[in-house]
Design a protein around this ligand. Structure first.
Ligand code: MN
Length: 723
């Protein structure tokens, strides 16, 4: 049993501080020292399975955090304290008081996700959800957890076999893929090799043994391969580091499975890495040229420098034929590229992992998190980065989960409707309710990070206009608007169908301009409004089609006066002829064409009966000079209430509302009825002819005066043969 003497403890602390100072930009030595002491105090009576003092575990985790995934001093403090709350009598409140709320929160997060996997099915949605959520809350929770797991895996041999397998399985299925996602390439390989060791003990041992047995052979070979290369590179004055190693055991195992072969048949077990001490990528190509001068390349060249992987991984991969005809893979990269690849940015996840999440937003997010790592160089200010990281997460976005545990990233203030549309537009369209964390909530409920959202759908549900007032995502808004527009189209079409059916029934045909006039008369903006009003039952079609239909009754383009006269006369009760001449046929003289209302007189002709003239007819005046006796008194029928048809010509500027002004003025004037109306509009000149029923000339004249009052009307004249 190892004794942690005070002297030894001081050495341990000094080592830790030294590592921190060499990897981190800012180190609060006092804070780390206090965490070191508290951790020691808290765990001083505990021991690990190996028999070591338990304190050495959090201490080693802190070392891993500081050296292998350096982020900030707070992560180191959390690493030291990560088991304190769970395993000892110290509380979170105490840690918050002694250190800070921030430290306490991260410690709490590490404790909580530790419980996630214990003795449970790892693929369970709920656990997956918790893991993702803790990542979201503070990335340092996951970092410390990775370090914790790595140290546990490194010391797993002391643990009972059953527990070994469980921990190894968790590591392989959860931790390694996540490490990969974060680009923690080196940690990923180690976690994979270690879990492989405990899960497939036999295979691991076999490969390890074979690699080991050929170690000397391999080292000799590497030397043989490398020395001419080193010499040549030095001749060219390059500064570099060259190393050779066997590939990772787990990757060899996967290759054996894939190629279905034995280790003796795998040529490129070896990987040579040349790291150039320069920031000039061109030197990598230079080195490549040197390599290819010495060894023949085979067609397996990959240039990730000019075309980096999406995750910014940069390196040249080149396979050549080395001594004895063996294939050797060479990686050439600058120091900086190497740092990025090792420290957590050169993630191969996108290409090599079949991660159970196809959501491109999730990938984007992980990319972004990785960028955070990438930017945490010594020269940067990690604290600012971290706070902006948290800020982004907390202020703009929420992370909610499907019942299956899939993560959906949404803007803050999102609702179940946003969530539904995020899943699929059809889910959104039919979304009728939602359960958040198992409880039914209204659709406008604001979601929060970590909520588990179960959308309830119904085929009969359709998007509602009110949804637009609370949805937050562009996707939901666009989809709802699209649906409402389509719905409007459907309404308009159904109104149009009703209208056309009605017209067909009453056998009426509307010309476009007549139709437009009708729409204007109803004070509607356009045809769509008209049809929508019909569909919504807001218009009485019978009412629309009844009296106003006369206004738009089809008339000849130009109302000929003769036609008008005929219409006007036939609608009159006729002519009353002096009693002595009753029975004699009468007709209207063509010279003056009298129409009802005109003062008239009859003139007896030979063979054509009585000709009816206007009293002021010039022709007649001329004739009666000699034949006054041929005149006969005639009158328009004067039955009480009888009215006659008169024509009015109206000319004016074609302005909206003019037609309705005319028709309203006429119909509201002494109950004047419109018999017919003919309107033409050309070059904004409005020409209309209206046939109206009037009681007498006075009635007609007063109507004309009234129409003249509109400033858009230039002239109003009685329809007359002489006009
Ligand atoms: Mn631990």
């Amino acid at each position: 049993m190892q004794e942690l003497t005070e002297k030894y403890r001081k050495e341990l602390l000094d080592d830790l501080l030294k590592i921190c100072k060499s990897h981190l930009s800012k180190v609060d030595e006092d804070m780390i020292s206090r965490a070191f002491k508290l951790s020691f105090e808290a765990h001083k009576n505990d021991f690990r399975s190996s028999g070591e003092p338990y304190f050495l575990h959090p201490y080693q985790v802190a070392i891993i955090v500081a050296s292998e995934m350096p982020l900030d001093d707070i992560s180191v403090v959390v690493a030291l304290l990560h088991d304190v709350v769970e395993d000892t009598d110290f509380s979170l409140e105490f840690i918050a008081k002694e250190f800070s709320q921030e430290v306490a929160d991260i410690v709490d997060g590490v404790t909580k996700i530790s419980g996630v996997f214990t003795g449970q099915d790892l693929t369970q949605a709920e656990n997956y959800r918790k893991l993702l959520l803790s990542m979201i809350k503070d990335i340092r929770v996951i970092l410390v957890k990775f370090a914790d797991r790595l140290h546990n895996m490194r010391t797993l041999e002391f643990v009972p076999q059953l527990k070994q397998r469980r921990i190894a399985k968790e590591t392989k299925e959860i931790y390694a893929p996540f490490a990969n996602r974060f680009g923690l390439g080196k940690i990923k390989w180690e976690l994979e090799d270690l879990s492989f060791k405990y899960l497939n003990h036999k295979e691991y041992d076999q490969i390890a043994r074979q690699i080991k047995s050929k170690r000397r052979e391999r080292e000799t070979y590497i030397k043989k391969f490398v020395s001419p290369l080193e010499q040549k590179l030095r001749e060219h004055g390059l500064k570099f580091e060259i190393s050779g190693r066997a590939k990772h055991i787990y990757s060899i195992f996967k290759k054996l499975l894939k190629l279905n072969t034995t280790i003796d048949n795998i040529y490129d077990l070896l990987a040579i890495r040349i790291i150039i001490e320069s920031n000039d990528p061109n030197e990598c190509y230079y080195v490549l040229g040197v390599v290819n001068q010495i060894y023949n390349p085979i067609d397996r060249f990959k240039d990730y420098i000019s075309i980096p992987k999406k995750n910014n991984y940069q390196s040249i991969h080149n396979t050549v034929i080395g001594p004895d005809g063996k294939h050797v893979e060479i990686q050439i990269r600058t120091r900086k590229m190497h740092e990025i690849a090792e420290k957590g940015v050169a993630a191969h996840w996108k290409y090599k992992e079949s991660f159970n999440q196809t959501d491109s937003e999730m990938e984007e997010w992980v990319n972004w998190v990785r960028d955070i790592f990438q930017n945490v160089e010594k020269t940067e200010a990690p604290k600012e980065l971290l706070s902006s990281f948290k800020l982004n997460l907390y202020q703009d976005e929420i992370y909610a989960f499907t019942p299956k545990g899939d993560l959906r990233r949404l803007p803050k203030k999102s609702t179940p409707v946003d969530f539904a549309f995020d899943i699929h537009s059809n889910v959104g369209y039919n979304c009728i309710g939602a359960k958040v964390n198992g409880k039914i909530v209204p659709l406008n409920t604001m979601l929060h990070s970590g909520d588990q959202v179960d959308i309830i759908t119904s085929k009969n549900q359709k998007p509602n206009k009110n949804w637009l007032q609370f949805v937050e995502t562009h996707k939901a808004k666009a989809n709802i608007r699209k649906y409402l527009n389509q719905e409007e189209d459907r309404v308009i079409q159904s109104g149009k169908d009703i209208w056309e059916k009605k017209l067909k029934k009453i056998k009426k045909i509307f010309q476009q301009d007549e139709f437009d006039k009708l729409v204007r008369r109803l004070k509607l903006d356009n045809n769509s409004q008209f049809y929508a009003a019909i569909a919504h039952n807001k218009l009485d079609l019978d009412e629309i089609l009844a009296p106003p239909a006369k206004i738009v009754e089809k008339l000849p383009e130009e109302l000929e006066f003769n036609d008008f006269a005929r219409v006007a006369r036939s609608s009159n009760k006729g002519i009353v002829v002096d009693r002595d001449y009753s029975g004699i046929e009468h007709n209207f003289a063509r010279c003056c064409n009298p129409i009802p209302g005109d003062p008239i007189v009859g003139y007896i002709t030979i063979g054509e009966g009585i000709k009816i003239h206007r009293r002021d007819c010039n022709n007649l005046i001329h004739m009666v000079k000699t034949d006054e006796h041929k005149l006969v008194t005639v009158n328009w029928s004067t039955d009480k209430g009888a009215s006659f048809v008169a024509g009015i010509n109206i000319r004016g500027e074609d302005k909206p509302g003019l037609l309705s002004f005319i028709s309203n003025s006429i119909t509201s004037f002494n109950n004047t009825n419109i018999k017919a109306m003919n309107i033409t509009s050309k070059d904004s000149l409005f020409t209309g002819t209206v046939a109206v029923f009037v009681n007498d000339l006075d009635h007609l004249n007063r109507l004309i005066e009234r129409l003249k009052k509109n400033k858009d009307i230039f002239s109003v004249e009685r329809f007359d043969a002489t006009s």
